[in-house]
Design a protein around this ligand. Sequence first.
Ligand SMILES: [Zn+2]
Length: 409
Amino acid sequence: MDRSGALVIRAGWVFPATDETVLRDGWVLVEDGRIAAISASEPRAPGARRIDRPDATLLPGLIDCHVHLTLSGSGDWLREADDPTPVVAWNVARRAADTLRGGFTTIRTLGGRDRIEVLLRDEVAAGKMAGPRIRAANRVVCMTGGHGWWIGREADGPDEVRKAVREQIKDGADVIKMMATGGVMTPNVEPGAAQLGEDELRAGVEEARKAGKRTASHAQGSDGIMAAVRAGINSIEHGFFLTREIVGEMQERGTFLAPTLAAARGLADAEPGSIPDWARAKARAVREPHLESFQLAVSAGVRVVLGTDAGTPYNYHGRNAWELELMVEAGLSPIQALIAATRNGADLLDVLDVVGTLDVGKRSDLLLVRGDATQDVAAILSDNRADGGILAVIQDGRVVVDRLDEQPA
Ligand SMILES: [Zn+2]
């Protein structure tokens, strides 16, 4: 057998993310881009590249279910929304590469423009551009003047929502994003207020389902969240004002929650004057209920995914693993946070048969991190720590980020 390109990786900790089990001193064999074996002793693979890291953790490549590659993380997003398309596209390509270098091998983009992320998805899949696997929403569907209109397709009434959804699918979207409530980053709307109604959301979900697409809803206020859940949305984004009744319904229906703690933190902690005052005031007002809602959802058994909302102010592409630290700070165990960032994300994005766990036969999207990431998720972002930092990112069996020979700072 030709083993050129095969890899044998030994790691001090191997976390398959199939359950909470961590293998001490495990071996993974990668052949033809797939995981060929996971074992407790060295597999026979003459000719394979051997990576021997007893000081490191091997886990599935991370998945971010909520990013905006067309936004930079600046405090002036409304102006940025008017940037010329080619400029945005160059920056999107760079941010996708940064995201991959940050350990994320799959992302879902939930609001872009001009089909940029849809087209980049295809370039990445063809091996022509560096970046994570992309599931793209293209434009968000919102009511007239509703949250996100500045990156949105405004639609009013079920029939127009149907048409808006059909347009996104025609433009190549993998997933449909609809806005059920107001939000922090749009002037003259309130996060707690409902926007697209249940009838409109239902129509959108139905159109998406007909095309075999899943749905996500920006949903912050209770009435809007409940409408989205009842309409059959696959994931609630943000979920600032959850109630017992809502989390019960989510748990029963299997609705995922992407809490986007990094977005909330970036906006609420922004220095006065660095973002518009109206946005800062809204972000600070929802801070407490957001954390309480996240904890309520976790205690009710709602499945959580990692979603950063990267691209929102001070929430940068490539730093997506910050969300793991914030989820742990908010009460998840490091292993629960890693499962949210791998298996659960793959399940929501409908790619669990391909990636998301270390299972024989799956595509080998892997992350090798110095230290024991199953005890300390901060090891992933800690480039400047002797016991942390990303050593390698492997995508489809290829080592696309290779810092194996670098000495820690
Ligand atoms: Zn977003």
